[in-house]
Design a protein around this ligand. Structure first.
Ligand SMILES: [Zn+2]
Ligand SMILES: [Zn+2]
Length: 337
């Protein structure tokens, strides 16, 4: 005899008043269209990457060709700086053009609807397993982005600098690749310009143009150091996140762990098997906790990384590849293998 279907959520008022916004037709794009203004920060990123290059070229010609008469060093510095610039742009283009992570929705006929909503196969009653905005199943680590108006697989964060797109499962390696390329570019420009600056101050009469102030070297040294500090900090944070298998959303959500508390009723049942434990259907909200409980949850959040598989496995999840030349894509743009 077929089991009586259990309703997904018994409170009927949670049903959306308008038709479900998430259909297979729009599952491959953001539900909310982007405006022109949302592209401006991406344009600012392009300008910021290109901004030091005229000064960098002038410095290389002035210092390495005209003053030091060293075309080999000139060529090496040119190739390294432009390779890093190319790598930064290749991953930047991937981040703004690729879908961050489509949640494949199962095709369900009307007859199957109840079967889908039955928590026997997967506990859709659990928090985080069902998106009440898309009205669709939500796989583990998927989050709903209110700016994009859709669910994103393994969403890391919504990035206004990447043409207001989410960084998710498909674009996170490219995003970290972008941070690495920008940090290395800033470091390289800072080091080369600081060496040229030191030379200019210690050997003023050896310069090709002794009367001029080394203004380009000063600008590049400041620009390089500021970007090294900013991009390097972000990179360090994401290295920590990858090493501990966390996303930014999970890391900044201190009460994220509450979702995974076992149900007290099942916990108290003496014959309950560990496998039968389910997270609380309705975990306590932050404001319902006492001060001590909140402190405890915060401390636990810092110490417990529930997706941590060990350092190498965590990195393999983001930067592993399966194809024969998969490493090439990872190296060139942080793209798929
Ligand atoms: Zn959603
Ligand atoms: Zn988003």
């Amino acid at each position: 005899m077929p089991r009586k279907p259990i309703p997904l959520i018994s409170t009927y008022e949670l049903q959306p008043s308008t038709p479900a916004p998430y259909t297979p037709d729009d599952a491959y794009g953001d539900v909310k269209p982007r405006t022109f203004w949302q592209y401006l920060p991406a344009l600012a990123v392009v300008i910021l990457i290109l901004l030091p290059h005229p000064s960098y070229l002038i410095m290389l010609v002035d210092y390495h060709l005209r003053t030091r008469n060293d075309p080999i060093a000139f060529t090496i510095h040119l190739i390294i700086a432009y390779t890093l610039t190319f790598l930064a742009f290749s991953s930047f283009i991937i981040c703004i053009s690729r879908d961050p992570g489509v949640v494949q929705q199962p095709e369900v006929s009307d007859e199957d609807t109840h079967a889908l909503l039955t928590p026997a196969d997967d506990d859709f009653l659990s928090p985080g397993k069902w998106c009440r905005k898309c009205w669709a199943p939500k796989p583990e680590r998927t989050h709903h982005c209110s700016t994009c108006g859709r669910c994103v697989l393994k969403m890391d964060h919504h990035c206004p600098w990447m043409a207001s797109k989410c960084i998710g499962y498909n674009t996170y390696p490219a995003f970290v690749h972008f941070l690495v390329s920008c940090t290395l570019l800033a470091l390289y420009i800072a080091v080369v310009s600081i060496f040229a600056l030191i030379y200019a101050f210690s050997n003023p009469y050896a310069l090709a143009n002794p009367s001029s102030t080394p203004i380009h070297e000063i600008f590049l040294a400041f620009d390089g150091l500021i970007f090294l500090l900013v991009m390097g900090s972000f990179l360090g944070y994401h290295i920590y996140l990858i090493s501990t298998n966390q996303t930014t959303v999970e890391n900044i959500s201190h009460f994220f762990l509450l979702r995974y508390l076992p149900s007290p009723s099942e916990e108290s049942t003496s014959d309950a098997q560990p496998t039968s434990r389910r997270p609380l259907a309705f975990p306590p909200m932050e404001h319902e906790l006492s001060y001590q409980q909140r402190t405890l949850v915060r401390a636990a959040h810092g110490a417990i990384h529930i997706y941590d598989l060990g350092f190498s496995q965590n990195w393999a999840q983001v930067y592993g590849w399966s194809g024969r030349r998969g490493w090439m894509n990872k190296l060139l743009n942080g793209g798929s293998s």
